[in-house]
Design a protein around this ligand. Structure first.
Ligand SMILES: Nc1ncnc2c1ncn2[C@@H]1O[C@H](COP(=O)(O)OP(=O)(O)OP(=O)(O)O)[C@@H](O)[C@H]1O
Ligand SMILES: [Mg+2]
Length: 285
């Protein structure tokens, strides 16, 4: 991906972003629309798109016209080049994590970064989309919106929590991508704490601090708590809800049960849920 980023000219970027815009109204964006949106002449558009097609950055379909669309690869590049343009990112590195609904890369800006690309909507919508294509002529690119929406939500939540709650510092958001400070340390499931009781208390106090800011994580587990020199850092916030959410208390309890179960299994620390809830309420003030 890094090579593709550096090999992308200004015209290529305008073409990809014109297709991105065109996909709001077209399943396959016709070249004359791409030409209008990018301000580039049709012949140039078709020539450059041919090259981008060979690089597999655009998909092409000929129907009664030749139409184009982008997939996650090009969407990733648009987000990255936006970070570069805004001075947030200067070098792009290795993949450091893959989840059900995201992929995370290491990068450099003013600080060491983790860049999380959301992937919501890709698998879950593809077969539905194929079915629906035959039933309606409405535009259908839910993946693009689903992924961008998830990233925006995660970024907004992180901006609300940082620095009151121990989380990676949020740096920037573009489309479906979120740049944040890199955490140098493993996830909680990959280390053995020297003082697990203190570790558990620190985590509960962060859960309390988040609740005080009006936020419940709602996907908390040993996989979403990283540990560095400063202590636990909670990551992975796209599914977070506000404390006013009708299921907020249930979700909070589920978060705590996950954490308590982990500490019981791994460290034989038994803390009843009520006590944990009490500690959370206390640290929330
Ligand atoms: N700020 C960060 N610093 C270092 N590594 C990170 C950072 N953020 C994420 N990672 C790595 O990427 C992995 C995936 O990130 P995250 O948990 O946010 O998404 P996910 O688990 O894919 O989300 P989902 O629950 O939607 O599948 C983490 O387990 C971790 O290894
Ligand atoms: Mg995770």
């Amino acid at each position: 991906m890094a090579e593709a980023l550096s090999g992308l000219s200004k015209d290529d970027r305008s073409l990809l972003s014109a297709i991105e815009t065109g996909m709001k109204t077209h399943e396959w964006v016709p070249s004359f629309v791409i030409s209008e949106l990018s301000g580039l002449p049709v012949r140039k558009v078709e020539f450059r798109l041919g090259l981008l097609f060979e690089k597999k950055l655009v998909e092409r379909e000929s129907m009664h016209y030749l139409g184009y669309r982008i997939d996650f690869d090009a969407y990733d590049l648009l987000a990255l080049s936006d970070f570069v343009k805004r001075g947030k990112l200067s070098a792009f590195g290795e993949r450091i994590g893959v989840g059900k609904e995201s992929v995370v890369y290491e990068a450099m800006g003013d600080v060491h970064l983790a860049v999380k690309f959301h992937r919501q909507g890709r698998t879950s919508f593809k077969h539905i989309r194929r079915l629906r294509d035959h039933l309606t002529d409405k535009p259908k690119v839910p993946w693009l919106y689903a992924a961008a929406l998830a990233a925006r939500h995660e970024f907004a939540v992180m901006e609300k929590l940082y620095p009151k709650v121990s989380i990676p510092r949020p740096i920037a958001c573009s489309r479906h991508a979120l740049a944040m400070e890199f955490v140098s340390g493993p996830a909680l499931n990959r280390i053995t704490l020297s003082d697990p009781e203190n570790g558990l208390n620190m985590i509960l106090s962060e859960v309390g601090a988040a609740r005080k800011q009006g936020i419940i994580h709602a996907d908390l587990s040993e996989f979403n708590i990283m540990v560095d020199d400063s202590g636990p850092k909670i990551i992975d916030w796209p599914q977070a809800v506000e404390v006013t959410h009708p299921h907020a208390e249930e979700l909070l309890e589920r978060d705590l049960v996950n954490v308590l179960r982990f500490f019981e299994r791994k460290y034989r620390i038994e803390m009843p849920l009520d006590k944990a809830l009490g500690l959370v309420a206390e640290s929330g003030g």
